[in-house]
Design a protein around this ligand. Sequence first.
Ligand code: SF4
Length: 109
Amino acid sequence: MPEEASSATRNAAKVERLAKQATADAIAGKAQAQAEYLGSVPSRARGIIERAFAGTATPRGAIKAKCLDCCGFNRAEVAGCTVVRCPLWSYRPFQNARKGVVEPPGSEF
Ligand code: SF4
């Protein structure tokens, strides 16, 4: 019986080691994937995407980052999004643009 308990303890330790390694691999993969993605983001939107990745964006900023990503960084497309089934639809940014409110040119995302 003690031998079985010892085997179970070794297996548990092995599972824990594998889980830690998997987490480390996932984090390394995440950083690389995010860095590659950022290379394709227009410079005007890079800040909001970086803050979202870092977890420092506000919830509103994170929604803006997602909507911009979803619409190829085109504000008008976000404003005119018709995907009403999307849980973010009511929160999407740039809705004022549809109401005629003009944002200054070059303003940051
Ligand atoms: S609200 Fe529209 S633009 Fe924003 S994530 Fe959903 S589908 Fe994409």
